[in-house]
Write a protein that binds this ligand. Structure first.
Ligand SMILES: C[S@@+](CC[C@H](N)C(=O)[O-])C[C@H]1O[C@@H](n2cnc3c(N)ncnc32)[C@H](O)[C@@H]1O
Length: 322
């Protein structure tokens, strides 16, 4: 049996017997006015963060959701798009497709605004998405890609890139590891399926996204996820896993490398407005300007006396202060 088959079997069981708290980091999922989330769906919250960013879902986008689980985030995305077929949910595990369909039927009874036609559940997997090139606004996946071996992760990311429209967004939530996970845990297929041993480090994870062609990454959230404690996992020291929410844009990679926004700002403390002719950055005296990590590093070297670079907040959602 391959590790992907082990994962499919694991999620087939998790579809039939909900495993409360399998992956989640918060007990209550994102609440929205007028949204009732069926109890069964809440019990099948197998996400490790959120990929649904309410302020970024205007204009009824088309969303391709990979790995539907119990249908929780498909329902939350549908809340914003509210039209037939706006959410295409791809799922290879038949019992999971059935569970999601059942949960969405219940949701339709509990939510007057929701119709089951808003979410179309399709058979498929992350490596063969059943939609045309450049056809969706958003691809979302929550706590799935971390279970893939690096070569398969690269395939899945390239497949997401293929189906996104130019400028489209890949919205993900995954565990990352604060140091490399040792081989004996990475080889444990059950732990991998449980989202506990496949995680890459932050640097490896973001590099994989860039290698698939995404030119800009924004980090929406980063928080503790699980502790792999030394005695249980046969480790020399405890190993903390974190959960990372990100949005990656299908835009060209700039010549000097991809932009990753982690919440850093640059503040000019000199006498006059600072203008970086080469890169076009304008810094007004005393006013924080959001900068990507690449620009932050360049500016810090360029003028360390007069340009202050603030730390990553890990909560970036665009723009500066005004
Ligand atoms: C950890 S669960 C996350 C479910 C859902 N995203 C959530 O937040 O509750 C992973 C989901 O991906 C599905 N899955 C497993 N292998 C997959 C693959 N190769 N391609 C797409 N989905 C897959 C599983 O059946 C399961 O529904």
């Amino acid at each position: 049996m391959t590790y992907l088959e082990t994962a499919a079997q694991f999620y087939s069981e998790a579809a039939q017997t909900p495993q409360v708290g399998l992956c989640c980091v918060q007990s209550t999922p994102l609440q929205l006015p007028g949204l009732q989330i069926p109890l069964l769906m809440q019990e099948m919250n197998y996400g490790c963060g959120t990929t649904v960013h309410p302020t970024e879902l205007g204009n009824q986008p088309t969303i391709l959701y990979v790995g539907v689980g119990g249908g929780l985030e498909a329902l939350q995305f549908a809340y914003f798009s509210r039209r037939a077929g706006a959410v295409i949910a791809v799922e290879p595990v038949a019992p999971m497709r059935e569970a999601a369909a059942r949960n969405l039927e219940i949701a339709a009874k509990e939510n007057p605004w929701f119709e089951t036609s808003f979410v179309e559940i399709r058979t498929g997997d992350a490596f063969n998405l059943p939609v045309a090139d450049a056809s969706v606004d958003i691809v979302a996946q929550n706590c799935l890609f971390n279970i893939f071996e690096p070569e398969d992760l690269n395939r899945a990311l390239k497949e997401a890139y293929r189906v996104l429209k130019p400028g489209g967004r890949l919205q993900m939530s995954d565990p990352i590891a604060t140091r490399p996970i040792p081989a004996h845990l990475r080889a444990d297929e059950q732990l991998r399926a449980m989202c506990l041993s496949g995680a890459l480090t932050y640097q490896e994870y973001t590099q994989q996204i860039i290698d698939a062609g995404f030119g800009q990454i924004e980090i929406r959230d980063r928080r503790p996820y699980r502790l792999l404690d030394a005695p249980t996992y046969n480790l020399p020291d405890n190993l903390l896993l974190e959960s990372l929410d990100s949005v990656s844009f299908k835009v060209a990679i700039p010549e000097d490398g991809a932009c990753i926004f982690t919440g850093k700002t640059a503040i000019y403390a000199g006498a006059e407005t600072f203008f970086d002719d080469a890169a076009g950055h304008l810094l007004q005296r005393g006013i924080p300007a959001a900068v990507c990590d690449k620009t932050a590093a360049k500016l810090a070297v360029f003028n360390p006396q007069e340009i202050i670079i603030t730390d990553s907040t890990w909560h970036y959602s665009g723009g500066g202060c005004c």
